[in-house]
Design a protein around this ligand. Structure first.
Ligand code: PMP
Length: 323
């Protein structure tokens, strides 16, 4: 769907997958005015194909758009664009258990203009789809994380809460450093002291103290994950205490050493829930619990996937039927 200032959204169309032709001066190439979303369509046990909380993605898309001086797309149009694409061929949605169809709505600034003073006056919104299996090849095998001291993902007033490509471009070097230090994933810390935990590469983090869950609060510097939000609600449904707040790397380490902090996991659309097994930083490292997936981690994963795949009730109407 195209957008032109003064005219609004127009020319919605469904086309075969293929290359785009764009002017070399197109503003997205130069000033990265771009944003995206990520969600999945699941084939449920009863045969229906559903999306998980697509209106939450639509709302986040528009919050990102506002930050990037880009036009908002009506939520209904966002959801209908996903429905239309998936309905084109149901067979795109894998039948293998635990697999799904990943949907990638995104928007780019399309005006050819080298002037840096004004945002583009034209935009294009698109959706592509791709079958997806397990995110980490080890399945629910715990991941090791690297605490990034050299790099900062986001500062207050910046774009941390928005799902814009630039956040990810700036993260590659930190992810590479994590791998060079023998870890699977980078964990981002706050911009000022590099002391408080923000999030993991493409996932939010939860800390489990017995039956109390803690996740870093949304201060504008981390992505408000839809999985994170769903787990806060699910934990409440299960009678657990789920809180949003601050946690420092010293508290993380001390909690693991005293045994009070029993489990840590990361969550997001791609990998659902992944346990964190060990932590490493410039001051050394430690393990979380006994390094194997924790009980609550596996339970919450089971509950959430149960809602997504239709084997558990959906009291919050998170599942949106597509066909
Ligand atoms: N943080 C970042 C930086 C991400 O890219 C993602 C994936 N969208 C998440 C957290 C998790 O968000 P969600 O649960 O909506 O997939």
């Amino acid at each position: 769907i195209d957008f032109t200032e003064g005219r609004g959204w127009h020319d919605a169309r469904l086309t075969p997958y293929g290359p785009l032709t764009l002017d070399p001066a197109t503003s997205v190439f130069h000033y990265a005015q771009e944003l995206f979303e990520g969600l999945k369509a699941y084939r449920q046990s009863g045969g229906s194909i559903v999306a998980f909380r697509p209106y939450a993605n639509a709302a986040r898309f528009n919050r990102s758009a506002a930050r990037m001086a880009m036009p908002e797309l009506p939520e209904q149009t966002f959801v209908e664009s996903l429905e239309l694409l998936v309905q084109t061929d149901r067979d795109w949605v894998p039948t293998t258990e635990g697999h799904s169809l990943y949907l990638r709505p995104f928007m780019i600034a399309t005006q050819p203009a080298l002037g840096v003073n004004y945002p583009s006056r034209t935009y294009r919104y698109m959706v592509i789809a791709s079958p997806a299996g397990a995110y980490f090849s080890g399945g629910v095998k715990p991941v090791s994380v690297w605490l990034s001291q050299d790099y900062t993902r986001a500062a207050p007033g910046g774009t941390g809460f928005a799902k814009c490509g630039g956040n990810y471009a700036a993260a590659f070097v930190a992810q590479r450093q994590a791998v060079e230090n023998g870890c699977d994933q980078v964990v981002w810390l706050d911009a000022f002291e590099h002391r408080y935990v923000e999030e993991m590469g493409g996932m939010n983090l939860f800390f489990v103290f017995g039956d109390r869950l803690l996740t870093p609060d949304l201060t504008g510097t981390l992505l408000p994950g839809i999985t994170r939000d769903s787990l806060l609600t699910l934990a409440d449904d299960l009678g657990l205490t789920a809180e949003e707040g601050k946690i420092s790397i010293d508290e993380w380490r001390a909690g693991c050493e005293s045994g009070e902090l029993t489990e840590v996991f990361a969550c997001g659309t791609a990998a659902v829930i992944t346990p964190v097994g060990s932590v490493k930083g410039v001051d050394g490292g430690w393990t979380v619990g006994d390094g194997t997936p924790g009980k609550l981690t596996l339970r919450l994963r089971d509950e959430l996937m149960g809602v997504q795949y239709g084997t558990r009730p959906d009291p919050h109407n998170w599942v949106h039927k597509i066909c």
